[in-house]
Design a protein around this ligand. Structure first.
Ligand code: PHE
Length: 360
C-alpha cells in the first residue's frame, strides 16, 4: 500500500469511529487544514520528476475528495442523531387543554373585530389590503381626488390641519380613506383590486359624530369594470357581513368629486326593541358612498381614462358595527369603559373566518 493510500485508510477509520462534531472537526483540520497531513503531501510534489507530478497530484486530489465526502456524511449523521435525541426528550402532549391565562380576559374591540371581518370577506373575493398614512398631504387627500383648492371639503371646520411648513403647504389628518386609492394607483399597475381600512378624522363631534372614526375604502381598476360589478361586490359584502341571505340596497344619486356618477347606498332595516334586523322592515340607513372613478382621478395618477376605468366605495365601519352588534351610542366606542368592552368585546382567540362564522 502506498503512503498515500495508507494515510487515507487511517483517516477514514478515524472518521468512522468519531462520535461528536468537535472531534470530527479536529480530524478535518489535522488532515485537510493548511498544515494538515494531506496538504503536506502536496508539498512534496515539487521534488518529484516532472512525469510523475500529474498522476501524484490527481491521486492526492482523489483522496481529498474521498475524505471530504466521508466528513460530510458523518456530519449529517451526527446532526441527525443529535436531533433525534433532542426530540426524544422534548415531547409535548398536544391533546392537553390550552391554559390561556390572561388571554381569556382580554377583549377585542368591536371595531377591530369588524375590520377583521371585513378584511376576511373581501380577501375571499380576491381583494388585497392596502394602507396609507393617517397624516396626509394636500395632494393625496384632496388635489389628486379632484377636489380643487376652493372646494368646501377643504374648509377648516371639516379638516384638521397641521401648522404651515416652510413652503407654505400644510399636512392634514386624512379626512377619508380615499387617499389610499391614489397611493395604490401610484404604486401598482392595474388591474387593481384593494380595500383600505383605517382611521379618518374630521373636526366634528356630537351624538352621531366623533372626531376620529373608521372607514374602509374599496377600489377596483381594470379595462372593463362597470356599475354592475360595483353593485354585486357591495351586495355580496353586505350579505356576508350581516350574515343574512338577502339585503336590500337603495342607490341614491349623490355627488363626490372623485366619482362620476356618484351614489350613496342605504340598506333596509328594522328595529324591534334593542334588536336591529337587516334586510326587512321599512327603515333605511345610509351606510356608504360609491361611484365610478372620475377620469380626472385616473389622470392625476398617470392612467389613461380611455383605457382604464373602475369603481370605488367608502364605508363607515363604526356605523356598520353599531348596526351589526346593536350598540346604540357611537361615543361609547371611544370611552375606554372596561364594562362596555367586556360586554361588547370579542374573545382574543375567536378569529373571524368565513368558514367558521364571522361574528362567532
Ligand atoms: N370618501 C368618501 C367619504 O368619505 C366616500 C367615498 C369613497 C365615496 C369612494 C365614493 C367613493 O365620504
Amino acid at each position: 500500500m502506498s503512503q498515500i493510500e495508507q494515510l487515507e485508510t487511517e483517516i477514514l477509520a478515524a472518521i468512522g469511529k468519531v462520535d461528536d462534531l468537535a472531534a470530527l472537526e479536529q480530524i478535518r483540520v489535522l488532515a485537510l487544514g493548511k498544515k494538515g497531513s494531506v496538504s503536506a503531501l502536496m508539498k512534496g510534489l515539487g521534488q518529484l520528476p516532472p512525469d510523475e507530478r500529474k498522476s501524484f497530484g490527481q491521486q492526492v486530489n482523489g483522496v481529498k475528495q474521498a475524505l471530504n465526502k466521508a466528513l460530510g456524511d458523518k456530519k449529517t449523521a451526527l446532526a441527525d442523531k443529535a436531533l433525534a435525541q433532542r426530540l426524544a426528550t422534548e415531547t409535548a402532549d398536544i391533546s392537553l387543554p390550552v391554559r390561556i391565562g390572561p388571554l381569556a380576559q382580554g377583549r377585542i374591540h368591536p371595531i377591530s373585530q369588524c375590520m377583521d371581518e371585513i378584511n376576511e370577506i373581501f380577501a375571499d373575493m380576491g381583494f388585497a389590503i392596502a394602507e396609507g398614512p393617517d397624516i396626509e398631504d394636500d395632494f393625496h387627500n384632496f388635489t389628486a381626488l379632484n377636489i380643487p383648492a376652493d372646494h368646501p371639503a377643504r374648509q377648516e371646520q371639516d379638516t384638521f390641519y397641521f401648522p404651515k411648513r416652510a413652503d407654505g403647504s400644510r399636512l392634514v389628518l386624512r379626512t377619508h380613506t380615499s387617499p389610499v386609492q391614489i397611493r395604490t394607483m401610484q404604486a401598482q399597475k392595474p388591474p387593481i383590486r384593494i380595500i383600505a381600512p383605517g382611521r379618518v378624522y374630521r373636526c366634528d363631534s356630537d351624538q352621531t359624530h366623533t372626531p376620529m372614526f373608521h372607514q374602509v375604502e374599496g377600489l377596483v381598476i381594470d379595462s372593463e369594470t362597470h356599475m354592475g360589478h360595483l353593485k354585486w361586490v357591495l351586495e355580496e359584502f353586505l350579505k356576508a357581513f350581516f350574515e343574512v341571505d338577502e339585503v336590500q340596497m337603495r342607490f341614491r344619486a349623490n355627488h363626490f368629486p372623485f366619482t362620476e356618477p356618484s351614489m350613496e347606498v342605504d340598506i333596509r332595516y328594522e328595529r324591534s326593541g334593542n334588536e336591529v334586523r337587516i334586510g326587512t322592515g321599512d327603515q333605511w340607513m345610509e351606510i356608504l358612498g360609491c361611484g365610478m372613478v372620475h377620469p380626472n382621478v385616473l389622470k392625476a395618477v398617470g392612467y389613461d381614462p380611455e383605457q382604464l376605468q373602475g369603481f370605488a366605495f367608502g364605508v363607515g365601519i363604526d356605523r356598520l358595527s353599531m348596526l351589526k352588534y346593536g350598540m346604540p351610542d357611537l361615543r361609547d366606542f371611544f370611552a375606554a369603559d372596561l364594562k362596555w368592552l367586556r360586554h361588547y368585546g370579542f374573545g382574543v382567540l375567536d378569529v373571524p373566518t368565513l368558514a367558521g362564522g364571522l361574528g362567532a
